[in-house]
Design a protein around this ligand. Structure first.
Ligand code: FE2
Ligand code: FE2
Length: 497
């Protein structure tokens, strides 16, 4: 089993056993018989040059004419869906790929539970469905924009290639959402498809829809934390949408999840390799105490407390993406069969309607954290967030194993759910990583210990020197255990010359 297999998560992966051929002769590779729907084909072929303009204008800066060793989806068979080869990014085959149709599929939850899954947009839920697709679609190009400057400081060609792999696949995810908008939402959908190329991450006048997607990704540590935490929010959202009663959305998301697993692999192993480099340097220099920050930094590696602060920041910003814990919109999306829970179809001892069910939600009441039973239907965001936190823990446990193996006394923890939140039950409340409710004064004295400060960011920045020689790695990050597609250690993942 490769390292990638270990951290990939099968949840939501393709369950079909049928291979669906993709037509690669067409301008837009697809397995949706695009050629038989001329109007749709024309609309998407009209959108394509605008997409390419966006990619060259807002996608990766530099390296666009370099050969990059990328995987391209060539099928949706879980056993072999990708092929690897050198590609110049602007010529990447961004295709429209849906997981195979499951015959006889029924809506697995909500008021319509048990009815045949919809093949067309249900009129009464049209606006809500469109909104969910637009919000999901908006995150895809946003992350490409956030990461566009990172190529220049890549700590190795291996990492640079992984960055570009994530970028082209986020581009493909945009295609996936645009396909749904254009095929199923007529003129509105075409306008939304256009607007997805117009909003820009971090732009004042026309920003991306969700907060975390307007933060910058200024360095590689941020990139790894982003792909670990924020791409995992993507996984949770896609998994919930993969349960949808609207079958084309379900099939689209099921295939996207296959690609998403790699993004989280890049994040988890990126942080892990950073930890490994730190621990190895500490052991070599005979430094036992992880809090000897100055001595550790002099070794050209990232001290573990700083990694914890980075994790605190990215975890808390990402948790805000789940929205208010108590939400009538979430209840409506579930009740109407549009968006399920994580792993919905496999949840046992559950009526999947939740009319009378309750769910424990943590809130702040009179300055204290209390757990209250809330109507489960309205607490779905809270539940998805809890599932996310559980999903994060696996990777964090593996980080801790690396520290333990090196014999260093340090443990990464997830901050309390309420730490540093802006949205929902904890929005504006001051809560420590270990879950104490604080006064504003206590917070301002102590928050510098919990979140990256200016000196931290300047130090990280000082490490961001490119290392672009095949087989070489920057001081602060260890080489991967296995190469991409099992390539040798000195493989030239990006041909820069
Ligand atoms: Fe994505
Ligand atoms: Fe992703």
């Amino acid at each position: 089993m490769s390292a990638e297999d270990t951290v990939s998560d099968a949840a939501g992966a393709i369950s079909a056993d049928r291979f669906v051929e993709i037509s690669y002769d067409e301008v837009i590779p697809n397995n949706v018989a695009l050629g038989s729907d001329k109007q749709l084909q024309r609309a998407l072929e009209g959108w394509r040059p605008k997409y390419l303009d966006w990619w060259t204008g807002m996608g990766p800066v530099g390296y666009q004419q370099c050969e990059v060793y990328l995987r391209t989806a060539v099928g949706v068979d879980p056993a072999g869906w990708a092929k690897f080869g050198y590609v110049k990014m602007p010529t990447y085959r961004w295709g429209i790929l849906l997981a195979p149709k499951v015959e006889g599929r029924t809506i697995p939850f909500g008021r319509h539970k048990g009815e045949p899954a919809w093949q067309e947009v249900p009129g009464e839920h049209r606006a809500l469905l469109r909104r969910l697709i637009v919000v999901q679609g908006d995150t895809e190009p946003a992350s490409v924009e956030q990461q566009r400057f990172l190529g220049a400081t890549a700590p190795s060609l291996y990492d640079m290639r992984n960055l570009f792999q994530v970028n082209v696949e986020e581009g493909r995810h945009l295609w996936a959402m645009v396909y749904l908008l254009v095929k199923y939402f007529g003129k509105d959908g075409r306008e939304e498809a256009q607007a997805l190329l117009e909003r820009q991450s971090g732009q004042m006048d026309n920003p991306r829809i969700l907060g975390a997607f307007n933060e910058s990704t200024p360095d590689w540590l941020s990139f790894f934390m982003f792909t670990f935490f924020t791409d995992r929010d993507g996984k949770m959202q896609l998994a919930a949408l993969a349960e949808s009663g609207f079958d084309p959305l379900s099939r689209t998301c099921r295939f996207m999840l296959t690609e998403e697993a790699h993004h989280m692999f890049v994040g988890e192993t990126g942080v892990q390799r950073t930890i490994e480099a730190t621990c190895a340097a500490m052991v070599k220099a005979g430094i036992k105490d992880p809090n000897e920050v100055e001595a550790v930094r002099k070794l050209g590696v990232v001290d573990l407390p700083l990694l914890q602060r980075k994790a605190n920041f990215h975890a808390s910003v990402t948790r805000d993406l789940f929205g208010s814990e108590i939400s009538s919109n979430a209840a409506e999306a579930f009740g109407s069969g549009i968006k399920g829970r994580f792993n919905e179809a496999n949840l046992k001892n559950d009526d999947h309607v939740l009319q009378d069910a309750t769910y424990p939600v943590t809130r702040v009441v009179d300055g204290k954290l209390v757990v209250e039973e809330a109507p489960a239907l309205r607490a779905l965001n809270s539940r998805l967030l809890d599932d996310f936190i559980v999903d994060c823990q696996g990777g964090i446990d593996r980080w801790n194993k690396s520290v333990e193996k090196a014999g260093i006394d340090f443990k990464f923890i997830q901050p309390h759910k309420g730490f540093n939140r802006r949205i929902g039950e904890f929005g504006g409340k001051r809560i420590s990583p270990t879950g104490e409710v604080l006064t504003e004064d206590q917070w301002s004295t102590m928050s510098g210990d919990w979140l990256p400060n200016d000196a931290d960011m300047a130090f990280i920045n000082s490490l961001m020197k490119p290392c672009h020689e095949p087989g070489k790695y920057a001081s602060w990050i260890a080489p991967p255990r296995v190469g991409v597609n099992s390539q040798a250690g000195d493989f030239e993942y990006v041909k820069i010359a």
